[in-house]
Design a protein around this ligand. Structure first.
Ligand code: DGJ
Length: 742
């Protein structure tokens, strides 16, 4: 791994054994992008990549010179208005009304490791040898603003992390109207664009289209990254698939309003922009102040989308997630939400917990409804004190009872919200985001606390710390159940209202950070009506997230499959719930619900007392299985084998780091009759090693890795022919788990 600067041609080459990233100072002093892709030879001069030519109707930077038009060169951080007509990376409103800036190379430094980003989640290194960081210092002489562009190249992988920092070293205030984390100009547009979109209960479905001239974008303006779109997009060559071909993944480590965009110009180049959504963004920068953008991560590979996903998984699992739980197998939990909703007493909770303990469950999570007047969604949010009618001995009393059963205790919070029917709102009506004299829109009868204000965050911290301080709460589910409206803060002046969305998220990060620091062994799980804020920003504080409120196994296949393109299995909260399912009313076998959920941070979301004795035995077996294999399932290398978006069968697998153990999940949506023979080609095994393949504990056979990967695992079943004695009958929503041991 190296970052080389050629003084003579003012060219930077960042390279490791996988990738090269090359840029150079342009004749006008701004930074030009020359190449990003597979590693190429190191040479002094790459100026042939700087294609400049006169074109009809062009605008040019220099008098009497028709070579340099910013519209026609690839740049590192494009600016609009001085010969570039594409969407820019930056827009700065100055006192005289101008928005033109001209950031020119001033200096640079190269250092080992990676600096922290103040107040923001970001990837990190544990030693200086893991990565190198180039800091390019650019300057706009007229405003005096310095712009630091950070590039971190990680050793041995196709990862580059980028961010931008603005320092107002001038004498006048300015307004940052757009400050993207990443601007990437690619020399052609021969790509498929894949975004991850959906809605509540069907989050992160991959949607693919061919890049075309014009703009393709996704984003959020809801105040959270959203169910609708995820801050992650892929550009892949049309011929690339899961296991071969060029792919670039772009991920933004941020939980608020974002924009991911690709603009193809008339000369077929592509500009990718990723960062805070510029809509409603207006950050005032006084002299001496600075602004740090969130971090964006790019992953390049020529080995297909699965390799890209595994690269993101490793990075996010090991160098984004942090703390006590980062590398630990996650506890098997039971959550009472779908078992009771708001209707419970302490007695009922203990009854559910007792049965859960009998089955081997390790953690009991008390969901919504335990505090204030919270017996429905209309009241109580903000009053973080146990409801004595429901929990006579408070949270500590209940937690003690749960612990006495031999389980850990976890608790639900929705820290950012308040109901009007609450003591908190009655005391501080001005603490919600709302615009004076305007209607206050509600969502789920609740309002959003102004987390851009420190005193609000301090107050909520104190309330949560009081409860966590008892030492009895081992897990927190942090929920967030509405999008932001009337985004206006009573604490900020008129010319800073464009900062509120971002300041709000900084407040959320601050609260998470303080709680992480004070309670380092508490496991946090993020949630926003399921997957409304399932993004890398929160992974920094909460190593797992509730992936969706949809707990139906067939729906979950799609959600978890889509989520796996960017996010590690150890981050995907997945539970077994009742049948018929509460969201979609579908009945699926208990084993399929578990076979889907076990590729995630596994748990249950039902009252086990309501299952038959036979089903309870099955649950016991599922838990024993999960305890034995969760390290492979959650931390192994994950391979997508067959997509639920393409056919009736889904298959995926996880392989342990030493490639000695693998677990394969196979799922078929609808049953058929007298069906064809089927096989699934496995991945990631040692070709020359023999694996014992078992299903439900019974040995199926022994095969070489190369057989399993090239011939495939035979999955034809009873319905491919006649159901003979001893054969397992199949059904709709069927599934099978195969365990491979070397
Ligand atoms: C939405 C969450 O996604 C659910 O799991 C549950 O916690 C409810 N909120 C509680 O109000």
């Amino acid at each position: 791994m190296s970052i080389v600067f050629h003084e003579k041609n003012r060219t930077f080459h960042l390279f490791n054994d996988k990738i090269s990233y090359i840029m150079a100072v342009l004749p006008n002093g701004q930074m030009g992008q020359l190449y990003f892709g597979k590693r190429i030879h190191q040479r002094e001069d790459y100026s042939y990549l700087l294609e400049m030519m006169a074109r009809p109707m062009g605008s040019y930077v220099f008098e009497n010179d028709r070579t340099l038009s910013l519209e026609h060169v690839k740049q590192e951080y494009g600016v609009y208005g001085s010969t570039d007509y594409r969407c820019p990376a930056v827009e700065i409103l100055q006192e005289n009304g101008s928005r033109i800036s001209d950031f020119c190379y001033k200096s640079h430094t190269v250092s080992g490791g990676k600096p922290k980003l103040k107040g923001l989640p970001a990837t990190y290194t544990e030693s200086d040898s893991e990565a190198e960081t180039l800091t390019l210092v650019l300057e706009d002489k007229v405003t005096g603003i310095e712009l630091e562009l950070l590039y971190t190249l990680f050793a041995g992988s196709g990862i580059i992390a980028r961010s931008a920092r603005f320092l107002n070293c001038g004498k006048k205030p300015v307004h940052l109207l757009k400050a993207m984390s990443l601007c990437m100009d690619l020399p052609d547009h021969d790509y498929d664009w894949i975004q991850f979109s959906g809605a509540w209960a069907r989050e992160r479905y991959p949607k693919k289209r061919r890049l075309e001239t014009g703009i393709q974008s996704v984003g959020s303006m809801r105040g959270h990254s959203s169910h609708e779109h995820n801050p992650f997009v892929i550009l892949k060559r049309p011929t690339a698939d899961e296991f071969q071909g060029e792919v670039i993944g772009f991920s933004l480590i941020y939980s608020g309003n974002f924009l991911a965009q690709a603009e193809v110009d008339t000369h077929d180049t592509t500009r990718v922009l990723l960062g805070i959504n510029p809509e409603w963004f207006d950050w005032k920068l006084e002299p001496g102040e600075e602004f740090q953008t969130p971090e964006a991560v790019m992953v390049y590979t020529d080995r297909g989308m699965n390799d890209m996903s595994q690269t993101f998984h490793r990075l996010f699992q090991k160098r984004l997630a942090r703390g006590y739980w980062r590398d630990r197998e996650r506890p098997i939990l039971i959550n009472n939400w779908e078992a009771t909703y708001f209707d419970f007493t302490e007695e009922r909770i203990v009854e559910i917990a007792k049965k859960a303990k009998e089955q081997g469950i390790e953690l009991f999570v008390l969901d919504d409804g335990w505090f204030g007047k919270r017996t429905s969604e209309r009241a109580g949010l903000g009053d973080w004190k146990a409801n004595p009618e429901r929990l006579p001995e408070g949270i500590t009393g209940l937690a003690q009872k749960i612990e006495a059963l031999g389980m850990k205790f976890g608790l639900w919070f929705e820290p950012e919200m308040v109901n009007k029917d609450s003591d908190l709102y009655r005391e501080h009506p001005d603490w919600i985001l709302s615009v004076p004299e305007r209607r206050q829109s509600q969502g789920r009868y609740q309002y959003v606390l102004d987390f851009s204000r420190k005193e609000v965050v301090d107050y909520i911290y104190d309330r949560m710390a009081e409860i966590l301080g008892s030492g009895k709460v081992s897990y927190v589910k942090w929920d967030m159940n509405r999008s932001i409206t009337e985004c206006w803060s009573a604490a900020l002046p008129a010319d800073r209202q464009g900062e509120v969305f971002h300041r709000y998220i900084l407040g959320v990060y601050d609260l998470y950070d303080r709680l992480n620091t004070a309670f380092p062994e508490v496991l946090f799980e993020s949630c926003a009506s399921g997957g409304g804020r399932f993004d890398p920003g929160l992974l920094y504080y909460a190593p797992q997230g509730w992936a969706s409120d949809d707990t139906d196994a067939a729906e979950r296949l799609k959600i978890q499959y889509g989520t796996s393109y960017c996010y590690p299995i150890s981050s995907i909260g997945a539970h077994v719930s009742a049948s018929p399912n509460h969201q979609i009313m579908r009945s699926t076998p208990l084993y399929t619900r578990a076979n889907v959920a076990c590729f995630g941070t596994f748990g249950y979301e039902l009252d086990l007392n309501r299952l038959t004795a036979e089903e309870q035995e099955e649950v016991k077996r599922q838990i024993t299985f999960m305890k034995k294999y969760r390290s492979v399932l959650q931390f192994g290398s994950f391979y997508r084998l067959e997509s639920p978006f393409e056919g009736n069968v889904t298959a995926w697998m996880s392989v342990s780091g030493d490639r000695k153990t693998a677990v394969v999940g196979w799922y078929r949506t609808l049953n058929g009759i007298n069906m064809g023979y089927t096989r699934v080609k496995l991945r990631g095994l040692e070709p020359d090693s023999v694996y014992r393949v078992s299903e439900d504990g019974a040995l199926r056979g022994e095969y070489y890795g190369d057989e399993l990967m090239n011939v495939g695992l035979v999955t034809s079943d009873a319905d491919s022919g006649e159901l003979l004695p001893g054969m397992r009958p199949s059904c709709d929503f069927d599934s099978r788990i195969f365990v491979l041991e070397k």
